[in-house]
Design a protein around this ligand. Structure first.
Ligand code: ZN
Length: 107
């Protein structure tokens, strides 16, 4: 099986505008901020069921279970370390943004 987490990470990062943009044509920036709130997901490589995956579970190396066919997507810690690290930084950024937002609401 391909290292699915790399694909998933790239997709998440591009949602947040961090990913590589080389393969994309000059498109107007269409990624709305709403995307951030939406649960990132992945299609099951076996049956195509849409799987909802949280960044938090990934950075804890929790396997993803497909409720369609029962396939378990496990995370290869060795191969996925860099991807997980990127997601961890992203999550940190999101946490900070969330904190700043709630701080601002208090003031
Ligand atoms: Zn499946």
């Amino acid at each position: 099986m391909a290292n699915w987490i790399v694909t998933f990470k790239d997709r998440i990062l591009s949602w947040f505008g961090i990913g590589k943009k080389e393969s994309q044509p000059a498109e107007p920036e269409k990624t709305p901020i709403v995307e951030v709130a939406r649960q990132p997901g992945l299609s099951c490589p076996e049956c195509g069921t849409k799987l909802v995956i949280s960044i938090a579970s990934l950075i804890n190396y929790e396997p993803v279970l497909c409720h369609g066919c029962g396939l378990e997507l496990t995370i290869d810690q060795e191969k996925s370390r860099q991807s997980i690290e990127s997601l961890r930084r992203l999550q940190d950024g999101l946490d900070q943004a969330e904190k700043i937002r709630s701080d601002n609401q208090l003031n």
